[in-house]
Design a protein around this ligand. Structure first.
Ligand code: ZN
Length: 76
């Protein structure tokens, strides 16, 4: 089962202009570059990264904590 209720995933979808996480995931499921968000508790930086990114470098907090929305949802 996909995890669509994680706060970071909701934050990321809203940052991209989606009221519904499912719409966000459907639009990006087949893309080669997708929105990612920093999963550090005190940081909500977003960027466009590879769909399978799990430990991307965050330009704001400097930690390897960028995850793509598809990874956070458990789709990859
Ligand atoms: Zn960060």
């Amino acid at each position: 089962m996909f995890n669509l209720t994680r706060p970071k995933l909701v934050t990321l979808a809203e940052a991209e202009g989606y009221a519904d996480v499912v719409d966000f995931l459907e639009d990006y499921a087949q893309c080669s570059v997708v929105p990612a968000i920093c999963i550090a508790p005190d940081c909500d930086h977003t960027a466009e990264l590879e769909p399978d990114q799990r430990a991307g470098f965050c330009e704001v907090c400097g930690r390897p904590s960028m995850k793509s929305g598809l990874v956070i949802a458990g789709m990859i």
